[in-house]
Ligand binder design. Structure first.
Ligand SMILES: Cc1cc2nc3c(=O)[nH]c(=O)nc-3n(C[C@H](O)[C@H](O)[C@H](O)COP(=O)(O)OP(=O)(O)OC[C@H]3O[C@@H](n4cnc5c(N)ncnc54)[C@H](O)[C@@H]3O)c2cc1C
Length: 385
């Protein structure tokens, strides 16, 4: 079996590379320092069709197949992990509406999300509830013609600017998903600044104070919020993050190759020291392994194979651990320069750590993967006896 990109995928990959090198990489440091992503850059992503990449053509999207979309995430991740998180959370809202939304919801929201007229945000985490996401404390009370929603969400990527939020709240004590517009009376946001990484991802807290939500803004059914809607959203999120980690690790590798060819110690370039070569070799191998896991998840996504959910978790788990280690080594290779903001590797390290926490932490992925391992083992045992 040989895994090869098609000529179209290679062409798209080159195009994505050119795009990020022209428009994202040169500004990534400034945006990180300013803790801000300018609306012009978001609009540029929209004009390129990247915000609507996964949306079907009938709703104005690009209907991009999974590997090409992965290649896009890889390149955006290579340029700016914060910007990748825009693609991620916006896509999580799109994917949830595509999979679970009513015909009216698709007609109403997908064309606007595809064109970038509106930006999507994903509101699951709360001050008291993170990994145990099905236990969110936000509450929706059903009335005759609307839901009354009250809650507090935290750590919401692009929450400062998103227009439409997918919010998970308890309705009849069951996790349930709602579409909530920023302009809803009682809805407000509070910026979160000075995070370790993802500094230009414009995170916010969402304060939902007795918001009246129209009945037609319920997504799926009551009780579907965690098992179905958040599940679909998080699967998409993990896919984006896994590819983004490969891109970020590639940026660490490129910076390290460049630096070690430039810097001399003990009368020779760092690249000539065997211990440095050892680190570089491990980086190359680890990135390759993560990229292959991403290809595998992408192929399964394209064929609609249900195994894709587990393979995506495995890819996210491996790739996020991998990038954390590689970014750590990239700073090590740069020595004191690596700790300074004159070089990008300190940003890479800060962003890499976040990858192990978002879209289900490494520990949550381990729990999912181990459970699957035991289930498969028991199935095999039963088959053989
Ligand atoms: C930059 C950034 C962007 C984010 N964007 C969003 C967003 O857009 N939308 C959103 O809804 N959320 C977002 N989040 C929140 C993120 O999804 C949560 O941080 C994540 O789910 C972990 O939850 P927590 O931080 O509350 O940690 P906790 O759940 O409190 O966990 C703390 C630690 O304990 C571990 N742990 C928890 N339970 C177990 C267990 N059973 N066994 C072993 N270990 C366990 C965890 O792995 C973690 O290491 C974002 C977070 C960050 C940092």
């Amino acid at each position: 079996m040989q895994i090869e990109l098609t000529p179209q995928q290679i062409e798209q990959q080159t195009y994505f590379k050119t795009f990020v090198e022209e428009y994202v990489i040169p500004q990534a440091k400034l945006h990180d320092q300013q803790q801000h992503t300018p609306p012009e850059l978001i609009q540029r992503l929209a004009q390129q069709g990247y915000l609507g990449a996964i949306i079907p053509k009938e709703y104005g999207g690009g209907e991009m197949e999974a590997i090409t979309f992965g290649l896009l995430c890889e390149q955006i991740g290579r340029a700016s992990a914060s910007l990748l998180s825009l693609l991620t959370v916006h896509g999580m809202v799109c994917q949830s509406i595509m999979r679970w939304g009513s015909a009216e919801q698709k007609q109403q929201w997908l064309p606007k999300l595809a064109s970038g007229e509106i930006i999507g945000g994903f509101g699951l985490t709360e001050p008291n509830i993170g990994s145990d996401a099905k236990s969110v404390e936000s509450v929706a009370i059903a009335h005759d013609d609307h839901y009354q929603l009250t809650g507090h969400k935290k750590w919401i990527s692009f929450g400062q600017v998103a227009d439409l939020f997918l919010i998970i709240a308890q309705c009849d004590n069951k996790p349930t998903a709602f579409l909530v517009e920023r302009k809803t009376a009682g809805f407000s946001t509070k910026p979160i600044n000075n995070l370790l990484g993802f500094r230009s991802a414009m995170l916010a807290e969402l304060i939902i104070d007795n918001c009246m939500i129209q009945k037609q803004n319920l997504v799926g059914r009551i009780g579907f919020g965690f098992s179905h809607i958040a599940g679909t959203a998080l699967d998409h999120g993990r896919y984006c993050v896994a590819w983004g980690c490969v891109g970020l690790a590639q940026a660490c590798l490129e910076a390290s190759l460049h630096y070690t060819k430039d810097r001399k110690q003990f009368g020779t370039f760092l690249s000539n020291h065997q211990l440095i070569q050892h680190i570089i070799a491990d980086m190359i191998v680890q990135i390759k392994a993560a990229r292959l896991l991403c290809y595998q998840a992408g192929c399964l996504k394209n064929s609609g194979d249900p195994a894709l959910i587990m393979e995506t978790s495995i890819a996210k788990y491996f790739a996020s651990q991998m990038v954390s280690k590689i970014a750590d080594n990239a700073v090590q290779i740069h020595g004191a320069n690596g700790c300074s903001d004159e070089y990008p590797v300190q940003r890479y390290l800060r962003d890499a750590k976040i990858m192990e926490i978002i879209e289900g932490s490494s520990q949550m992925q381990q729990i999912i993967i181990a459970k699957y391992g035991y289930q498969s083992f028991l199935r095999e045992m039963r088959k053989n006896h």
